[in-house]
Design a protein around this ligand. Structure first.
Ligand SMILES: NC(=O)c1ccc[n+]([C@@H]2O[C@H](COP(=O)([O-])OP(=O)(O)OC[C@H]3O[C@@H](n4cnc5c(N)ncnc54)[C@H](O)[C@@H]3O)[C@@H](O)[C@H]2O)c1
Length: 450
């Protein structure tokens, strides 16, 4: 690959996947409109999005939905303080969509709910801002793209690094040819950590509808601790480590970096994937009537073969990464003129291959407290609605990126390599692997059709 990179057009890829050609145009709206807005999932990130949306104006927050009153009630009170509005409160998004008919809906539930909530929202007529990874399984994502196109609605995904100033300038730097021909990319997320102690299964607290929280996914016993959201159990936030509800660090964090790689190299999918990983530090996963642990790997290595270059992914929840200049997350793009680190809070840095040349660095421009660029992504979302164009993090782009992470997890679960045909959405000649492109839903919930 050169830095002018094998540029298949977006349209060609869309057509190849049979997703866009029959799509109706997105309908443009007037410039000064106030959108009737609703949110499904009022936890940590949902409220980050809603605060940015309120700050941007142009909306009435008409309704909020969460299956846990401990999050819904303070979130609704905060909205009232921020903008004086009194959104109606719901525990079931289906009721919200039917009664309120919002024009915009934010979906910031845990991953296993994204597909059903987003599809229901566009079918009810809303433009949607949905969080990454877009889906828990690959065929849910395909159904989400189809639903967005059929409804002619804008669907923006929260992969805000496509609009973050340093990621944009870093991409331009790479595309200008300054790092030369790219032969490989290494993406990584490393944090310190250690062995995991099982958490006691608990009665769901008052105000939480645990059955609805689990929804289409398996019903595990509840465990959680709002005071320790990252380590206290499944809910809040801890779902990332439980494979019934998410796809571990590759699904959670990896999607951001896989998205950067696809964006910068203009690729859509890898041809071959192989992943290994395990839990030598956290210990074996446990689920009994009394207690449970997470079950996602505590480290993972995945290799991806793309057209003209290879990608490796590594994550580790132990040891951190102090050895590599403290860069704990990001991607190294290795070109024949040097190494480019696309980072997060550490911006980007280019290390020329010629040791006599100085490194070139750019600082990020992120919003506190969580170092993100949601306001820019929200502004793009509104502009896409107004002008009828596709947003920068369009659902189809995030579908490709989510799939890279999900394919890594698929190979990890199978314990062997897979060959991927992105046009047909199939693992080549591999019925065992293709079974994992979807999963059975629980109870009344129906798996969405692509
Ligand atoms: N783009 C980013 O940088 C970024 C950062 C953080 C989180 N996220 C994404 O945001 C999503 C939410 O993550 P979080 O950390 O805010 O989790 P969280 O646990 O803090 O919040 C999720 C909320 O959804 C609620 N919920 C669960 N099922 C629901 C349902 N059926 N209907 C309504 N509400 C429901 C939960 O009760 C909880 O309050 C995840 O998909 C995550 O990947 C994205």
């Amino acid at each position: 690959m050169t830095t002018t990179i094998n540029r298949r057009t977006f349209l060609a890829a869309s057509a190849a996947a049979g997703l866009s050609l029959a799509a109706p145009a997105i309908h443009a709206a007037s410039k000064d409109k106030k959108y009737r807005t609703a949110i499904i999932g009022c936890g940590w990130w949902g409220m980050n999005i809603l605060r940015s949306a309120i700050a941007a104006g142009q909306l009435d927050v008409v309704a909020m939905c969460d299956v846990d009153r401990r999050f819904l009630d303070p979130a609704a009170e905060e909205v009232n303080k921020l903008c004086g509005q009194t959104p109606r409160r719901y525990a079931d998004y289906r009721e919200l969509l039917a009664k309120e008919k919002p024009e915009i809906t934010i979906v910031a539930t845990p991953d296993h709910w994204h597909a059903l909530a987003m599809i229901a929202a566009v079918k009810a007529g809303a433009h949607v801002y949905v969080e990454k990874p877009i889906s828990h399984t690959i065929l849910e994502g395909k159904a989400m793209v189809r639903a967005a196109r059929d409804a002619g609605r804008v669907v923006q995904v929260g992969t805000h690094r496509r609009i973050s100033p340093h990621n944009v300038s870093g991409r331009e730097f790479i595309l200008s040819g300054k790092i030369g021909k790219i032969g490989m990319v290494r993406a990584f997320v490393h944090y310190a950590g250690g062995p995991e102690k099982p958490k006691k299964n608990m009665e769901p607290p008052k105000g939480l509808d645990w059955d609805m929280w689990c929804g289409p996914a398996p019903l595990r016993p509840y465990s959680g601790d709002p005071q320790n959201p990252w380590t206290g159990g499944i809910h809040p936030r801890g779902f990332r480590g439980y494979l019934d509800y998410a796809n571990g660090t590759l699904g959670d964090w990896g999607i951001h970096w896989m998205d950067q790689i696809l964006w910068i190299t203009d690729q859509k999918w890898p041809r071959r994937v192989f992943s290994v990983g395990g839990r030598p530090i956290k210990g074996p996963p446990l689920l009994t009537a009394e207690e449970q642990t997470t079950d996602a790997p505590d480290h993972q290595i995945a290799t991806y073969q793309f057209d003209g270059f290879d990608v490796s992914w590594e994550h580790r929840h132990f040891a951190g990464n102090n050895a590599e200049k403290g860069e704990s997350v990001g991607c190294y793009f290795y070109g024949d003129k040097g190494t480019f680190h696309m980072g997060w809070k550490d911006g980007w840095t280019f290390y020329p291959a010629d040791p006599k040349q100085p490194a070139i660095h750019e600082e990020p421009k992120l919003h506190k407290p969580d170092d993100q660029n949601i306001p820019e992504l929200w502004a793009d979302f509104l502009d896409a609605i107004k002008t009828g164009r596709r947003p920068v993090c369009d659902i189809e782009l995030a579908y490709w990126s989510t799939n890279v992470s999900l394919l890594g997890m698929l190979s990890y679960k199978l314990g062997r390599s897979i060959e991927w045909d992105g046009e047909k959405t199939q693992c080549v000649g591999d019925p065992e692997a293709n079974k994992l492109l979807k999963r059975d839903y629980r109870g009344e919930w129906e798996y969405p059709q692509a």
